[in-house]
Design a protein around this ligand. Structure first.
Ligand SMILES: *Cc1c(COP(=O)(O)O)cnc(C)c1O
Length: 232
């Protein structure tokens, strides 16, 4: 099988899973944006994916993302930054990303807005909410308690467009339980910010649970591209 055929098969299987999950919960598959996570895979794969109809790709490391976005600038893709963000890199990330999904602290807001000043369109921002128990090591995401204040900070920036929330199901917890909790957090959040209704949740292993609990964006890597060569 050629690489193109492999990717086409992976994409087809994932699109079927999304359609199945939507059918099971009475949702329209058109409501779901598939973000294909291309981290660790070469720009040549991104090019094949674009040719196969992918419009949105996700990356989690600044250097790799910046290089690939430049190499694939002719493809008109939307780049989603989904990784841990350092405040000294945030302005640079805002320059090539269409969506930054991993905003989890106020310190990032100023640099992102500065970086977004050079863009034609405001930068779409999702706030990453932690579903982990407090104190968990290596935990990313804002505590649900601190979410309202962070949302106000982002909403107050003209160059940033608050679009919604992002979350990752914690290791060691049933994703169905975690995403049920996320759906509650989101309901409260959307009541305050009605135009910020995107919900990015669901990966290769748990997309069905995420769709059932209201995801509008799923971030899928290995189910499309295969296992990552050098994942850490
Ligand atoms: C890598 C990554 C994904 C994709 O994970 P798969 O299990 O390969 O689908 C999704 N979201 C985030 C935040 C990631 O870092």
């Amino acid at each position: 099988m050629s690489r193109r055929e492999e990717l086409a098969a992976g994409l087809g299987a994932v699109r079927e899973r999304i359609a199945g999950a939507c059918a099971a919960s009475g949702r329209d598959a058109e409501e779901i944006t598939l973000v294909v996570v291309t981290k660790f895979f070469p720009a040549s794969d991104v090019r094949l994916l674009a040719d196969l109809g992918v419009t949105d790709v996700g990356e989690n490391r600044h250097q790799e993302a910046e290089a690939k976005a430049a190499e694939c600038a002719d493809l008109g893709l939307r780049w989603h930054f989904i990784g841990g963000l350092q405040s000294n890199k945030a302005a640079a990330v805002a320059a090539y990303s269409s969506v930054v999904e991993s905003v989890d602290r106020p310190k990032l807001v100023g640099p992102l807005a500065r970086g977004a000043a050079t863009r034609e369109e405001p930068l779409d921002v999702l706030l990453q909410v932690s579903l982990d128990p407090p104190g968990r090591e290596g935990r990313a995401g804002v505590d649900p308690d601190a979410l309202p204040a962070l949302a106000e900070r982002v909403a107050g920036e003209e160059r940033l467009r608050l679009r919604g929330l992002m979350a990752v199901a914690p290791l060691g917890e049933d994703p169905a339980t975690a995403f049920a909790r996320l759906a509650e957090i989101r309901a409260t959040f959307v009541a305050e910010h009605p135009s910020a209704s995107w919900l990015s949740a669901g990966m290769s292993g748990d997309l069905e649970h995420a769709v059932r609990h209201g995801a509008t964006h799923v971030r899928i890597g290995s189910a499309v591209l295969g296992s990552r060569p050098t994942d850490k």
